[in-house]
Design a protein around this ligand. Structure first.
Ligand SMILES: [Zn+2]
Ligand SMILES: [Zn+2]
Length: 130
C-alpha cells in the first residue's frame, strides 16, 4: 500500500506516488532535476570526505560542477545507486560519466564509479574471519 519515496524517504500511498515523485523530478531552470535519489540519511556513508573527489570538469564545455554532498555519501555507501550519466552545469544536461573528469584526481567519473563498484562487490564477498 505504501512506497518508500527514494527522494525524501517518506512513506507515500502507492496511488499517489507518481504525482508525488514528479515533484522531485521536475526540472529546475538550469535543467537539473529538482532532487536526486539518495540513500536514507542513516544508510549514507558517514566518514570524512577529505580524500574524496567532489568537483568534476567537462572538457567539452570547460565547466566545473560540484557533486552534492548527499549524493557523494549515497554512492559511497551504494555505488550502484546511480546511472552512467551525471549533470554538467555548463551543458545544462546529463552527460556520460566517461566525458567527466575529477578536478582532484584527473580520473574519469566512469572509471571512478567502476572502481567503487568493484571494491563494493569485493567487500561484500569477503567473509569475516573467524
Ligand atoms: Zn518524496
Ligand atoms: Zn558540459
Amino acid at each position: 500500500m505504501f512506497v518508500r519515496c527514494p527522494y525524501c524517504h517518506k512513506l507515500v500511498l502507492w496511488p499517489f506516488f507518481g504525482r508525488h515523485r514528479s515533484k522531485h523530478t521536475a526540472l529546475r531552470a538550469d535543467g537539473q532535476m529538482n532532487e536526486h535519489v539518495t540513500l536514507r540519511p542513516t544508510r549514507r556513508y558517514a566518514g570524512s570526505l577529505e580524500e574524496v573527489p567532489q568537483n568534476y570538469r567537462h572538457p567539452k564545455c570547460g565547466v566545473v560542477t560540484g557533486m552534492p554532498e548527499e549524493i557523494i555519501r549515497s554512492y559511497l555507501a551504494d555505488p550502484f545507486l546511480y546511472g552512467d550519466k551525471s549533470f554538467c552545469c555548463g551543458c545544462g544536461d546529463y552527460v556520460s560519466k566517461r566525458e567527466l573528469f575529477w578536478i582532484e584526481t584527473g580520473q574519469s567519473l566512469a572509471d571512478y564509479t567502476k572502481r567503487l563498484q568493484q571494491d563494493h562487490v569485493r567487500a561484500r564477498r569477503a567473509k569475516p574471519r573467524p
